[in-house]
Design a protein around this ligand. Structure first.
Ligand code: XMP
Ligand code: MG
Length: 179
């Protein structure tokens, strides 16, 4: 039923699973003695976070933050707002931010600076990177897939808060936006 709204699949369910397993191995090595705080950015990171942490064989804690930079639609407002903060002490803590996508870079730059200002050591893993969209300077430490500058949905990513539950990442049909 959702599939009929999708123009093309960019990253399949299997590709996501394989890549998450690979990243999990790398992150296990990186974090095995660090007891990191794995910090998911709501709401888009939830499916990727769930897939990824299964493959990280190390002690960790989990927490979530909510920020907003998009108001519905497909264009960023350019302004990042903190909606829900972490509930964990973070001074001197190793934090691994888990994000769905980096586009302009504003969200992650804001978050990284905020957490570093509070004394945390911060690194970033993102499912998707759209380097052509970058406006501010920030790079993820680990990336699942680099994608072209297209608006995507699925595996956490939304259009007007829908399509997050698609098991893959795809591009919506033009007619969905124009409705
Ligand atoms: P910035 O521009 O701050 O973007 O790097 C990060 C946030 O913007 C959202 N975003 C998208 N959401 N499809 C989406 O569903 C996209 O193609 C897309 N590009 C950016 C996303 O919420 C991300 O956390
Ligand atoms: Mg997001």
């Amino acid at each position: 039923m959702l599939e009929k709204d999708i123009e093309k699949v960019l990253v399949s369910e299997e590709e996501i699973r394989i890549r998450s397993t690979e990243l999990g191995k790398v992150l296990t090595e990186e974090y095995k003695d660090k007891d990191p705080l794995v910090l998911g950015i709501l709401r888009g990171s939830v499916p990727f976070m769930a897939e990824l942490i299964k493959h990280i064989d190390a002690h960790m804690e989990m927490d979530f933050m909510t920020v907003s930079s998009y108001h519905g639609g497909t264009k960023s407002s350019g302004e990042v707002k903190l909606i829900m903060d972490v509930d964990t002490a973070i001074r001197d803590r190793e934090i691994l931010i888990v994000e769905d996508i980096i586009d302009t870079g504003r969200t992650l730059k804001y978050l990284k600076e905020l957490l570093e200002h509070r004394g945390a050591h911060v690194r970033i893993v993102t499912l998707l990177d759209k380097p052509e969209g970058r406006i501010v300077e920030i790079e993820p430490d680990w990336t699942g897939f680099t994608i072209p500058n297209e608006f995507v949905v699925g595996f956490g990513l939304d259009y007007e808060n829908h399509y997050r539950n698609l098991p893959y990442v795809g591009v919506l049909k033009e007619e969905i936006y124009s409705n």
